[in-house]
Design a protein around this ligand. Structure first.
Ligand SMILES: [Zn+2]
Length: 50
């Protein structure tokens, strides 16, 4: 099984589910967690999915 196509999360502005394909970059928090920035299809802006 793979979850590579799982949604990244929801847009903090409009609550839209953001597909994995909209991911822009991943970054390392430095504490073992990985954050991600993505473009929201609705807001047409870079957001941090939650
Ligand atoms: Zn949005």
């Amino acid at each position: 099984m793979t979850d590579s196509s799982a949604p990244l999360g929801q847009c903090p502005s409009c609550d839209r589910e953001i597909p994995a394909a909209w991911k822009i970059i991943e970054y390392d928090h430095g504490d073992g967690n990985t954050g991600v920035f993505a473009e929201c299809p609705d807001c047409d802006a870079v957001v941090k999915p939650r």
